[in-house]
Design a protein around this ligand. Sequence first.
Ligand SMILES: Nc1ncnc2c1ncn2[C@@H]1O[C@H](COP(=O)(O)OP(=O)(O)O)[C@@H](O)[C@H]1O
Ligand SMILES: [Mg+2]
Length: 388
Amino acid sequence: MVVAAERRAVMARPQASDKIAPIGGPGWERGKRKVASVELRGLSKRYGAQAVVDDVSLSIEHGRMVCLLGPSGCGKTTTLRLIAGFIEPSAGEIAVGERVVSSPARTLPPEQRNMSMIFQSYALWPHMTVGENVAYGLTLRKLGREVIGKRVEAMLATTRLAELAARYPGELSGGQQQRVALARALIVEPETLLLDEPLSNLDANLREEMRFEVRRLHDEYRYTTVYVTHDQSEAMTTADLIAVMNGGRIEQLGPPEEIYDHPRSEFVARFIGSSNVIKGRALDAEHLSLAGVALRCTGGRFTAGADAALSVRQHDVRLLAAAPTGGQENVVPAVVLRNVFLGASRDYMVETPDATQLRVVTAPAHNVAPGTKVYVYLPPQRCRVLAA
Ligand SMILES: Nc1ncnc2c1ncn2[C@@H]1O[C@H](COP(=O)(O)OP(=O)(O)O)[C@@H](O)[C@H]1O
Ligand SMILES: [Mg+2]
């Protein structure tokens, strides 16, 4: 059964050379813990004719958290399972530190990788208490009862589960189960932590809180972490680096600010959210025509005469009641199609005379009825050239 296999595999088995110091106990030297770099080199996984993971290269430094972000079906889980060693690559290889752990020729089994993986389903043992679930990986390592007891106690305190030690998973909320899964994965001190949409079973409030918790634990222990999610804000809260995936490939890799402010493709601009994509023909290196207005765009350069696209965020577009006097650049006439009050903001859909629709986010007090003629201002420095 897959879940049972996953439950067992959650726990990295020790290497002969491993010396495990009790957390917080004597010999616990956080600064000296091993943390592995993880490197994917031209990694591909094909099922039949479909390349589910397609020539992915990614280098993750020691102790960093990288987020694989992308829509459902883009190959995130498959990439994670390749890293964990549950499946073998069709091409390319994975190295942890100096050691190649996966290649089409040879794949090191999951239990020899010193990795912990947290599954979307948590995969807790239902017949074990919280304390026993957390202790499980150490029990496999045949550590002494006293050592296990101390480390479990310290880990339960860190993950704020001490009061729940005697409960069974069925007696816990989603958030509590999620913390047990984290505690159980962390207690074996993996070199690498793999998380597959770990918060997707939680309700919205708890999900937000747990994002910070995941990041806090990462900062405390500094594992090399690969975090998979389809949620943009989850990725932005937790990751040092975001790899945006599309159709089995990494479409853009960078720190959250860069991905957000400088999406390089239409896919990234749309997926990272809240961007309008405007398509047309480039008039010259700086201008794209929209509804007869030459939009100036300072974020990148167009190829004159070619089909081109730019992105501009919904909240960077200004909604104006009248055209500014003095003929300001980048102002386009439009009609309000839709105005939705969202409490902290208003979400508009407007349409230009050439039928381009733009989303605009404004302050909640800025209330303009549908059907009203308005102008939109697209600040040149907020317009980004997208790769063709
Ligand atoms: N064992 C498999 N056999 C065939 N196709 C698979 C298998 N596992 C995954 N896929 C396909 O690979 C694609 C990517 O899946 P997955 O990695 O789970 O995506 P994600 O986690 O990003 O939602 C999907 O189209 C899925 O149907
Ligand atoms: Mg998945």
